[in-house]
Structure formats: structure tokens, C-alpha cells
Ligand binder design. Structure first.
Ligand code: C2E
Ligand code: MG
Ligand code: MG
Length: 658
């Protein structure tokens, strides 16, 4: 962890002495001589610890730390002052705005100890926040352990996999077989590392370290040798288990004998558990197992694995069509049952063919199960053949999702800027800030891929605030340098708007960065707004009152309802690229765009068209009355310095025009 510290004191002598001491001890130190200077420094200095004097003119240490606590709740604050200030500092300590009070004059060694403790405290809190997010968002079985062995949190998936006794306050050690107990201690796992451990019932689990902090780790658990429901209330002798299934697949692969593997995921299980209780729902699963087994006769094998996934193995199929017919003949009678529960059966079926779909039994099975979980997330019921590429993409997505939790803190994000061109004025009228993620292993990751992940898994709010803060600082800087850039548009995800302190955060950061709100535009997508119209109206009005312009992004991909949107304070409509793709050849598209433009203008909105790549497209949309275009035809999204160079070249071009 980068050990960055902000030192605030109005006494230059103290600043010099402390700065020397801390820099020599390996800290990255920035200094400020007043509260205002400190708040300004925090805009661009990503610091973990603040060490501040208490008595300072204009803004004292108390006022400064209250502001820091509200704006940067993660920063750990230390107050360094004379003992006579202790009473005043006490209220800061009680309110959590300060972590420790250090007395002036100080002893170097003691002060260094306290500073180091503050960094450790920061790392512990960071770990807890990340762990909390991971446990809530993940469908994997995750458990947070406080060193050396205390279970401090387990998510729902973990309790489902490991049993209801796997709860906070128990020792992790108690769950392993004797010989494995000390192994997890002896071998401190680093992030991404795995080891295999056996539970008391000898079920083998793969334990992987997903997050590590100074006080604990987050571990994920996956069954390796036996994928059966661990806490199953039933044991059906006629079913095979995971291990037997793997060896059966292995035999067929070795002999190159054809077999179809069909996974049936019972999606109604969660609903049934809520309606009739967990044990009763499991008994319903048991009934399904028996019925499937009966219908199959001697024609194959059946396994029941974790997550209510059945696997049918039907050997010696002549063709894919033959395989599907055989499988349907077994599944249809069960799903068509008159039974009340079964009539509500909701399931997802996928299959793969052996030996065509892989050559390693474990990989074949695991990929098939993962692929089935993927289709189970969509509302698809029909038979789907295992899609190798989709499974590989999913595995990649899972790794990306984990890495995304660290993107902000590891400084992997940056902004690009793309020009918007006013077709009537023939000048650049603004730009859109677009996020970029550069990961050391994955390279550049497209926002179209990671923004939806972040929205789904909880990283969007942190990422969104990073984008806003960086864009505000950039716009304020350009403005102060006299750069005429029109408006800077920033994409806001629906998740950000739902944050209760969103408007408060915006107001404060406008104040802190000194950005002029009329130079900003927020782009929001139509789908989110229409789904949350009443809540959004309040937030959008507050944004508009601040002087920030509002644009509807990706218009034409959702409901495209202008009458709904007329109830909201919207200034700009951005027509999505997909709507104009065939504009050069399709007259219907032309008249559609002309109508949208007319309606938008009636509602006093400007119209921007996105994704204009050719001069022909530009001329057509200009003719149809669009005001502004954005697209590769003018410029691709660029780094800040390249964008500024583009602005300059456009300025000199327009200076030469009559
Ligand atoms: P968007 O807001 O609709 O942004 C426009 C996208 O179209 C950008 O893709 C841009 O590079 C691309 N584009 C612009 N002109 C052309 C063109 O002429 N042809 C083609 N083929 N594409 C063009 P990008 O940068 O990959 O961003 C994709 C989406 O990711 C954005 O769509 C937006 O929804 C989201 N996104 C990007 N940055 C942020 C951000 O900071 N916050 C949030 N919440 N979402 C963001
Ligand atoms: Mg946009
Ligand atoms: Mg768009």
C-alpha cells in the first residue's frame, strides 16, 4: 500500500521538521499550511492519513476534520496539538472524525509509531469495506476470517454449502479433519492462491484466498471431490455422485464412446423454499430425482449436484438429434406432472456431447455446469448446447469482476475525452468524458464490459465518484487556464443517482474543485429514468437547480418515450448510434430521426447524434435538423493532452474562416 500522508500545520518550522522525519521513514508526504489548502490538496492527492494541527486561523483542525470525514470518510485523521486542546479534540474523537490525539511537543519514535498504527487502521477498514461488498455481491461461498481462525462473516452461499453452523464466532479450525487443521495457519495464502482441505465429513473443498488484509482474509469454498449437496437431507442410492460422474465421463472419453450430458437446473427451488420451507423444498427435489430416475430406466445415469443441478448421462447416442430426443423423452413426463409444485417447475436445461465438447472429464463437467448457471440467469428454458466461448467469456468476466474491486485504489482508471461538434456553428461545442481501465494483466478493458459488471456487483458507486471528481478537477483546470471547451459531459449510472448523498456530494465537490456547474452536463440513460421516474425527478431537479445541464443518453435503445421525458428537466437528447446506422440507405430511418428531432425541439431539447463515422452521415443528420454530432468522423475519444491539441487546431481553423 502506498503510504501517503497529508501534513497540515500553520507553523512552517513544524511542517519542515515533521516532513523530514516522515519522508525519511518512507512516507509520501504532502504539506498544507491551512485548512483550505489541505482540502485543495486532497482533490488531487490520494492520501490515506492526515496529520493536522488543531489551532489554525480561519478553519481550525476540528472544522477541517469534520469536512474531511464527510467528503473522504476513509481517511484516518491524527491531531497533533498542545495538551490544553485535548478537551476540544475529545468531541472529534467521539464523533469518529479523529483517530488519535498526539501531544506537542512530540517524541519522534512515539509519533512514528502512531502514524504507522494509523496506516494499519486504514488498511483494516479498507479490507472490511471490500470484504463486505464481496460477500454481499458474490454468489460464490465466501467467508471472512479474522486471523488466525475466527469466522467473522459468512455469506448466504457459504451457509448453504457448508451448513448453518458455519457462522460468525465459530473457529474455522473446528470444521476440518484433524490433519488439516494447522495447514491453513501454516500456509498464509496470498490473493488468488488455493489449497484443498477436507471437512469433518471428508468432503474435499478447494479453498481460495480472494482478499487479504492486515487482520484477516476472505476465502472462497468450492467442492472438489464431491459436488453433492453437502447438507442434503436425503441420499438416493440410485444416484451417482460427482466423483462417479467424473470417472464415468472419463471412461467414455477414453473409449471415444458417444454420450450426451444434460444438466437440468431447478430454478424454482428458492421460491419453493420461501413458500414451503427448505426441507420440504428439498423433498420436492428428491421427488423429481426419483421420477427422473424411473423414467430413465436402465438407459443411463443420474447425478444430483450442488445448486439444484441434475446431470443426466445418456450413453451411445447416435447423433445430436437422437440425444435431444432421448433427453426430452425423460424430462418431459416429469415437467408435465399434475403435482402442484411440479406444475410450477422452472428449470434451465443445457447439454454437451462427448467426445466432441472436450477431452478432460473434470473440465467438461465444470464448464457444462458453469454454462448452465449462465443460462439459468436468463429466463431460458429450452435445451441449449454448451457454448465453449460463452463459458470462457464468463470465466474471464469473473476474474475481471474481482480485479474491478481494486481498480480505483490501484490507480488503473483514467479518462478519455471525445469532441462534440456543433453542425450549425461549425465548431466544437463540448466533449464527453469516457472512462478507461488499464489492467496490468488484462490490458485495456472496454467500459461496455466493466460498467455493467460494476453496476451489478457493487463497484459502480466508487468508480462513479472517481469519474466525477476527476472530471470536475479537469474542467476546473481547463477553465482556469482559459481553455474554451464548451461543456464537459459525464456519464452517470443509475446506481449513482440512487445514492442518498449524491446531491450533497456533488455540491461539495463543486465547491471544493471550484468547477463552474454550467460547464457540466450529466448523461443519464433513458431506461433507468423511466423505471424510477418519481425518485429521479427529485434528483434531476436538484441537479438542474445547480446549473448542470442534463442529457438523455442512448435514446432509441429503450422505450424512447418523449412524453415521459417531458416531465423531467432535460436539455439534450442523444440519439444512439444504433438508430442511425443505416441512415444513408433507409428512408424510414431518415423520417424517424426527423420526427424525433422535431419532437425534441418542441420540448426545447437540443439533439446530439452519436456514432457519426462518415461525412455522408454528418450531412444527412445536419439536413434533418440535428444540432450536434459526436463520432469518429470528428474525433475518437482521446487522452487529455491530445484532446487539448484538437481544441487548439479547431480554434485556429475557425479563426481562418470568414
Ligand atoms: P456512451 O455514453 O453512449 O458513449 C459513447 C460510446 O460510443 C463510447 O464508447 C464512444 O467511444 C463510442 N463512439 C463514439 N463515437 C463513435 C463512432 O463514431 N463509432 C463507434 N463505433 N463508436 C463511437 P465507450 O467509450 O467504449 O463507452 C461505452 C459506454 O460505456 C458509454 O456509452 C457509457 O454507457 C459507458 N461509460 C463510459 N464511460 C463511463 C463513465 O465514466 N461512467 C459511466 N457510468 N458509464 C460510462
Ligand atoms: Mg454517454
Ligand atoms: Mg450513448
Amino acid at each position: 500500500m502506498d503510504k501517503s500522508l497529508l501534513l497540515v500545520d500553520d507553523d512552517v518550522g513544524i511542517i519542515k521538521a515533521l516532513s523530514r522525519l516522515l519522508t525519511r521513514s518512507g512516507y509520501t508526504v504532502k504539506t498544507a499550511q491551512s485548512g483550505e489548502e489541505a482540502l485543495n490538496a486532497l482533490l488531487s492527492f490520494d492520501c490515506k492519513v492526515v496529520l493536522t494541527d488543531f489551532r489554525m486561523p480561519y478553519m481550525d483542525g476540528g472544522q477541517l476534520l469534520s469536512k474531511i470525514k464527510r467528503l473522504y470518510p476513509d481517511i484516518v485523521a491524527l491531531v497533533l496539538s498542545g495538551y490544553s486542546d485535548f478537551e476540544s479534540v475529545k468531541s472529534l474523537l467521539n464523533a469518529g472524525s479523529a483517530y488519535r490525539f498526539l501531544q506537542k511537543p512530540w517524541e519522534d519514535d512515539e509519533l512514528l509509531d502512531e502514524v504507522e498504527n494509523a496506516f494499519t487502521h486504514y488498511a483494516k477498514c479498507l479490507f472490511q469495506r471490500q470484504s463486505q461488498k464481496m460477500l454481499l455481491a458474490s454468489s460464490d461461498a465466501l467467508v471472512e476470517i479474522s486471523y488466525p481462525s475466527l469466522i467473522s462473516q459468512a455469506n448466504i452461499a457459504a451457509r448453504k454449502l457448508l451448513g448453518e453452523t458455519f457462522v460468525e464466532g465459530r473457529l474455522l479450525d473446528d470444521f476440518w479433519v484433524e490433519s488439516d487443521r494447522s495447514r491453513l495457519h501454516g500456509q498464509a495464502l496470498s490473493i488468488g492462491q488455493s489449497m484443498s482441505m477436507r471437512l469433518l465429513n471428508h468432503t474435499e473443498l478447494e479453498v481460495t484466498c480472494r482478499l487479504a488484509g492486515p487482520s484477516g482474509v476472505v476465502l472462497s469454498f468450492h467442492p472438489v471431490t464431491d459436488g453433492e449437496l453437502l447438507n442434503a437431507v436425503f441420499e438416493l442410492p440410485s444416484l451417482i455422485n460427482y466423483q462417479q460422474l467424473v470417472s464415468l465421463i472419463g471412461q467414455y472419453l477414453n473409449a471415444s464412446r458417444p454420450m450426451v450430458l444434460v444438466v437440468i437446473k431447478i430454478r424454482s427451488f428458492e421460491l419453493w423454499s420461501r413458500m414451503i420451507g427448505y426441507s420440504e423444498a428439498q423433498r420436492t427435489i428428491e421427488r423429481i430425482a426419483l421420477q427422473l430416475r424411473n423414467t430413465m430406466g436402465e438407459s443411463g445415469q443420474l447425478a444430483l449436484l450442488a445448486n439444484e443441478q441434475f446431470v443426466l448421462c445418456l450413453p451411445d447416442v447416435a447423433s445430436e438429434m437422437n440425444a435431444l430426443q432421448k433427453a426430452a423423452a425423460i424430462i418431459d413426463p416429469v415437467t408435465g406432472q399434475a403435482d402442484v409444485m411440479l406444475s410450477q417447475l422452472d428449470y434451465a436445461v443445457s447439454y454437451c456431447l462427448i467426445p466432441d465438447d472436450g477431452d478432460d472429464p473434470r473440465t467438461v463437467l465444470n464448464n457444462l455446469l458453469l454454462g448452465n448457471m449462465m443460462i439459468a440467469e436468463d429466463a431460458v428454458r429450452m435445451f441449449m448446447r454448451y457454448d465453449k466461448q460463452a463459458v470462457e467469456r464468463k470465466k474471464h468476466q469473473i476474474s475481471l469482476n474481482q480485479a474491478l474491486f481494486h481498480a480505483v485504489e490501484q490507480g488503473q482508471l483514467f479518462l478519455n475525452f471525445q469532441a462534440k461538434f456543433d453542425v450549425a456553428e461549425y465548431a466544437l461545442s463540448g466533449c464527453e468524458a469516457l472512462i478507461r481501465w488499464s489492467h496490468p494483466d488484462f490490458g485495456m478493458v472496454s467500459p461496455s464490459l466493466f460498467i455493467p459488471l460494476a453496476e451489478q456487483h457493487g463497484q459502480m458507486v466508487d468508480i462513479g465518484y472517481w469519474v466525477l471528481k476527476t472530471a470536475f478537477i479537469t474542467a476546473a483546470k481547463w477553465h482556469s487556464q482559459g481553455v474554451q471547451f464548451g461543456k464537459m459531459a459525464i456519464n452517470i449510472s443509475g446506481r449513482q443517482l440512487m445514492e442518498p448523498d449524491f446531491i450533497h456530494w456533488i455540491k461539495h465537490h463543486i465547491q471544493l474543485t471550484g468547477v463552474e456547474p454550467t460547464l457540466l452536463e450529466f448523461e443519464l440513460t433513458e431506461t433507468f429514468l423511466l423505471n424510477n421516474l418519481d425518485d429521479c425527478a427529485i434528483t434531476l431537479n436538484a441537479i438542474a437547480e445547480l446549473g448542470i445541464s442534463i442529457a438523455i443518453d442512448d435514446f432509441g435503445t429503450g422505450y424512447s418515450s418523449l412524453s415521459y421525458l417531458s416531465k423531467l428537466p432535460i436539455n439534450v437528447l442523444k440519439i444512439d448510434r444504433s438508430l442511425i446506422l443505416d441512415i444513408e440507405s433507409n428512408l424510414n430511418t431518415e423520417s424517424l430521426v426527423a420526427n424525433v428531432v422535431r419532437l425534441a425541439h418542441d420540448l426545447n431539447m437540443k439533439v446530439v447524434v452519436e456514432g457519426i463515422e462518415t461525412l455522408d452521415q454528418l450531412n444527412i443528420v445536419k439536413y434533418l435538423g440535428c444540432d450536434v454530432i459526436q463520432g469518429y468522423c470528428i474525433s475518437k475519444p482521446q487522452l487529455e493532452e491530445d484532446y487539448l491539441a484538437l481544441l487548439t487546431s479547431f480554434e485556429s481553423l475557425s479563426a481562418t474562416m470568414p
